[in-house]
Design a binder for this molecule. Sequence first.
Ligand SMILES: Nc1nc2c(ncn2[C@@H]2O[C@H](COP(=O)(O)OP(=O)(O)OP(=O)(O)O)[C@@H](O)[C@H]2O)c(=O)[nH]1
Ligand SMILES: [Mg+2]
Length: 611
Amino acid sequence: MRAEKIYYMQEIRNIAIIAHVDHGKTTLVDKIIHYSKLFRENQVFDDLILDNNDQERERGITITSKNVSIRYKGVKINIIDTPGHADFGGEVERVLKMADGVILLVDAFEGPMPQTRFVLGKAIGLGLKPVVIVNKVDKENCRPDEVYESVFDLMFNLGASEDQLDFVTLYGSSKQGWMSYDYKKPTDNIEALLETIIKVIPPAPSIDGPLQMQITSIDFSTYTGRMAIGRIFRGVIKEGQQVLLCQADGSFKKNKIKELQVFEGLARVKVPEAFCGDICLIIGIDEFEIGDTVADAENPEALTRIAVDEPTMSMLFTINNSPFYGKEGKYVTSRHIRDRLYKETEKNLALKVHNTESEDKFLVYGRGILHLSVLVETMRREGYELQLGQPQVLFKEIDGQKYEPIETLVVDVPEHVAGKVIELATQRKGELLIMEPKGDMQHLEFDIPARGIIGLRNNVLTATQGEAVMTHRFKEYQPYKGSIPSRICGSLISMETGEGTAYTIDKLQDRGSFFVDPGEEVYMGQVIGEHTRDNDIVVNIQKKKQLTNMRASGTDEATKIAPKRQFSLEDCMEYIQKDEYVEVTPKSIRMRKIFLDEGERNRMAKTFQMQ
Ligand SMILES: Nc1nc2c(ncn2[C@@H]2O[C@H](COP(=O)(O)OP(=O)(O)OP(=O)(O)O)[C@@H](O)[C@H]2O)c(=O)[nH]1
Ligand SMILES: [Mg+2]
């Protein structure tokens, strides 16, 4: 990257786009970028997708926030696209520090959801000016007027100031690429939004004085290592400048700005200097932390620090020691896994890794199932083999009493199956707080222990034929609610190692449902299905049919066998019991008993019950 232009002080707006998961943030940012190309010269646009890493594309969600910028009527607008999933909420909170205003998107059917409340609460608390977009008004059954009302109520309840309550509302469709002040009068572009941003979001103040830049995000590349991203709150920052890094313990560390970049469109552009109000990226500072201030070498003054979110869940990572170990992966030793995990902590801020008394086992702390599973999926794609223990929520002791994380659970579900969902949530100590009609659905809200949510999604989807829409987010710690029945059904465990036959699987179908197909290689102690009853049983699926007549075994029965139940990585993580592992390799995901041998398993059963 070469510095092609000198950037002079300019008018800047810094905005973050916030919303509940899937309400259309990234789609909108894509549309803004496309539209703004009308105002740029000589910029080549690829087919753009902001969710640019593999897992973001496949899962259709944003995992890390992204900075882009556009120019509109001579103003530089820095836009931060944020993730909507609750596991990444801490990231949103951090990047809001770079913004002067937010665009709050709310789905015109769904209305405000748990994450809407969380991110809006943070924005209101920071005094940011909101612009509201009631999005997806192209959807059938949408309720833009009601949704507007509930956004207003929510803002009011969150303690918004008068200026914040006096927000502009736009209606539109990110997907179709239009915004309008009136949803009954669609337009064919998003100009109304850009006009609104320029008009109502306060310009980034330009303050002269000794440099202050606060690091709010980390980026990483194998060439440059860790890069610091943040906003300049005072003064100017220059390439080659000597600076002091103000650290958490109050000490200062000398550093030199090796290279400086700012965001232009989808790209990062190397610049000789960047000015107060802009968001920049610094290469060449070593060993910084989030919240550190990059300050003037003569007059270093730290800005108020940003808290990094604490983990809420832990999971055991260990080496693969299954009978099929090493068949598919490149990296399989504890050394490989340890190095990879510690490397991850350099950029994955909410992640913590602890050693255990065994050098093969690591406890990894994160913000939830999705946060941890994204890491595991990344590792298997890189060629790692490993095993995972059952995820554990983190308890706290307050005044000698055991406290546990409680979540708000929201389920929208067709009326005729609402009862089933209530039953499932109540079994897991969920408390129904709200039940009201929403369009032709029932809207249910519960308080429920985070423990109770693990594994709930699968059951809810099965009970509602996939029609329920379910989300949850951390609410608060409350006193421990007592034991929650774990999985209601036991496991079917393979007695032997070898290929399962259609004949035996067919014979055992009344015992439960299978997770493996005939012909699939399984090993002794592998969890190959779910028992209809609550206890585990060992079954032999390798037996061959006696070939009394000369027909090939299997083919006729195979047609009667129910298709195997498919489990995603997250499904497995949520499904396993305390005495089970998920085995993860680049090609396979299996569940197994920790002790593969039945005798040993029975001897060890007590230790698991005691936990
Ligand atoms: N009908 C309709 N669908 C939309 C609209 N905007 C976005 N979508 C769809 O909603 C889904 C989610 O859109 P995204 O832009 O990825 O949502 P997001 O808010 O960035 O999601 P996260 O980053 O995961 O929080 C995609 O399938 C979009 O095509 C809209 O205006 N109308
Ligand atoms: Mg997104």
